[in-house]
Design a protein around this ligand. Sequence first.
Ligand code: ZN
Length: 92
Amino acid sequence: MKIPGKPSYGVCPLCETAFPQSQLQAPLTSEPPASRRQIIKAIRAEHPAWTNRDGACQVCWESFRGVVRVLDFVKKFKAAGLRHSEPKDEAP
Ligand SMILES: [Zn+2]
């Protein structure tokens, strides 16, 4: 959908909010390539049809960056051979 004389708008496929097209690509282009790959993978895990050409708004992008950080932490945690323990197991 194009509005003459206005910036072209797109809809963030992740939260279905309308943004100018440029704002849907900005988070992807400003992300360093290494973390961008990770974030794209995380988005695809939840939205299999999503491609980076669809773009994402800053809010969604940031939230998936948060997901990547948590997954990364869990991976390191498991790699260290540590198991999840319930708080009740902790010494008083
Ligand atoms: Zn969004």
